[in-house]
Design a protein around this ligand. Structure first.
Ligand code: AR6
Length: 169
């Protein structure tokens, strides 16, 4: 199933929350900063052992002081007008996170709107890519059974709802 909620992702009790990180994996602002603050210093210590992460890929760590058991860190593309493979890279982020979740037998994963803040990806297009990737993955794979799209605003929630309604039609 797919759910859409307006929430602070750091409060969710799921098998994994996804972090919209940068390629250093050493923290930043936005949802990345919120996750590191809530998880505590153990998360940064584990991230330091990972050696960063390329755009479009993902890495998994523990959740430390978060209610979520794991954090899946992914690095979204910076929007540069759409002619630099941004759509494909964003789609790759979603499938990399879902593949990691499946490998680790995780049943519930919560995604923030990757690249939709500091990285400037147009929100409506990003939602459509997110929904299409999750739907395709859930058709072909058994896990994760539950995917939550976590929004920080009601306008974002509406965009996801519209995409989900379109995909179902
Ligand atoms: N819970 C859920 N969603 C959130 C939260 C939260 N606590 N905080 C922000 N959002 P952004 P990006 C939403 O900028 O665009 C960082 O500095 C936010 O409203 O966090 O991928 C990294 O280190 C927006 O819709 O991530 C990178 O350098 C969405 O999360 C860079 O920003 C993503 O916004 C990554 O930029």
């Amino acid at each position: 199933m797919i759910a859409v909620v307006v929430a602070d992702i750091t409060t969710l009790q799921v098998d994994a929350i996804v972090n919209a990180a940068n390629s250093s994996l050493l923290g930043g602002g936005g949802v990345d900063g919120a996750i590191h603050r809530a998880a505590g210093p153990g998360l940064l210590a584990e991230c330091r052992t990972l050696g960063g992460c390329p755009v479009g890929q993902a890495r998994i760590t523990g959740g430390y002081m978060l209610p979520a058991r794991h954090v899946i860190h992914t690095v979204g593309p910076v929007w540069k007008g759409g002619g630099h493979g941004e759509r494909e890279l964003l789609a790759a982020c979603y499938s990399a996170c879902l593949s990691l979740a499946r490998e680790h037998h995780l049943d519930s994963v919560a995604f923030p709107a990757i690249s939709c803040g500091a990285y400037g990806f147009p929100a409506a297009e990003a939602c459509a890519i997110a929904v299409a990737q999750v739907r395709a993955f859930q058709r072909e794979n058994v896990a994760p059974a539950t995917v939550v799209f976590v929004c920080f605003s009601d306008s974002m929630r509406q965009l996801y709802e519209e995409c989900l309604a379109r995909e179902e039609a």
